[in-house]
Design a protein around this ligand. Structure first.
Ligand code: FUB
Length: 338
């Protein structure tokens, strides 16, 4: 009897540690990029709003108009702090609409917010806004990053250099480009062709420009062949994130129309990366988008789902849960319906 009780107690405690929790109830946020700055956890999410745009084609109903910054003093804190609006669409000279998933990097005490938005011609570009504080407010540069396109910037610091990763299919417009040049018409590769890749570029010293032409990131299967466009369970769709663990580089992303978070492992920021498996099975809602961060020697997955809005794809809520590796360094798959 004592044994059973001890087992139940232990399993309850361990379940409580693993279970995800929602981070914010009052407003809808999504696509959280989490970072530890000055010993605090900062979250840079998209700010979802209900919208008059009813047609979901190409993500038009993700019609966000501003960014907020959220923070936690520690991971267990019950109420996430909202620092309020830190950048508005109307204060970005070049942007017309759709402030999608952002990320932030710190360099020499300044904070750089990277964000996608559609310009006046309806093309997604990536902009930068700068602040002296992690919680903003941020001031946008007058123009987007020269040569930028598509969505979902994620900035990664490695050996003193900063790299920007980006790209997203369909609504994210990656099919409109080849070799960094716009096509006359968007063209999807056919199923047997190589899948479109996320992009990477070194950032300039001042963090405001690409210091090189964006390059393709190769994601390979177990035989060393690039993943094919028809491989919807494994190929890149959007929402790339990169982190290191035991000196290896983990590139994680959403598979979009199959709604999974998956990852691939490489040995430097440019790759190639070899596909490994699923991090998170589909959540409630069409999109899945995440970040992975080490906090106090433990690893966490920040993500979103649409359960609290009753499954409305464009009204998403932030979540966090512990992420675990097995003894070989593979990420243990988590259930998106938890
Ligand atoms: O939030 C708008 C878009 O939905 C993001 O940019 C994508 O990653 C997807 O989550």
């Amino acid at each position: 009897m004592k044994k059973i009780f001890t087992f139940l107690l232990f399993s309850q405690i361990s379940y409580a540690q693993e279970a995800p929790r929602y981070l914010f109830d009052d407003l809808y946020f999504a696509d959280p990029s989490a970072h530890v700055f000055n010993n605090k956890i900062y979250l840079y999410p998209s700010h979802d709003i209900d919208t008059e745009v009813k047609d979901p084609t190409n993500g038009g109903h993700y019609n966000m108009k501003d960014y907020h910054v959220l923070s936690l003093d520690h991971i267990g804190q019950k109420k996430t702090k909202d620092h309020g609006t830190v950048l508005k669409l109307e204060d970005i000279p070049w942007a017309e609409k759709q402030l999608w998933a952002p990320d932030v990097a710190e360099k020499n005490g300044k904070f750089y917010l990277y964000f996608p938005a559609k310009d006046k011609e309806g093309n997604f570009k990536i902009g930068v806004a700068v602040s002296n504080k992690p919680e903003g407010p941020f001031t946008a540069e007058k123009k987007p990053i020269k040569g930028s396109y598509s969505i979902d910037p994620a900035v990664f610091k490695d050996n003193g250099k900063y790299y920007i990763y980006f790209g997203g299919l369909k609504g994210g417009q990656l099919e409109k480009y080849r070799d960094n040049e716009p096509l006359a018409q968007a063209k999807e590769p056919n199923d047997q062709e190589n899948a479109l890749s996320p992009k990477i570029a070194l950032l300039s010293q001042n963090m405001l420009e690409f210091a090189e032409k964006p390059r393709d990131i190769q994601i390979l299967d177990e035989k060393g062949n690039p993943l094919k466009a028809g491989d919807h369970d494994r190929r890149f769709f959007e929402g790339v994130w990169i982190h290191t663990y035991n000196k290896k580089y983990y590139l994680s992303y959403s598979t979009g129309d199959t709604h999974k978070l998956v990852y691939a492992i490489g040995y430097n920021p440019y790759g190639p990366f070899t596909y490994q498996g699923e991090i998170l099975t589909p959540v409630t809602g069409w999109t899945t988008h995440h970040s992975i961060v080490e906090i106090d020697h433990k690893w966490y997955l920040f993500y979103h789902d649409s359960k609290p809005s009753g499954g409305k794809n464009h009204l998403r809520s932030l979540k966090v849960r512990k992420l675990e590796y097995d003894e070989k360094g593979f990420i243990k798959t988590m259930n998106g319906q938890d």
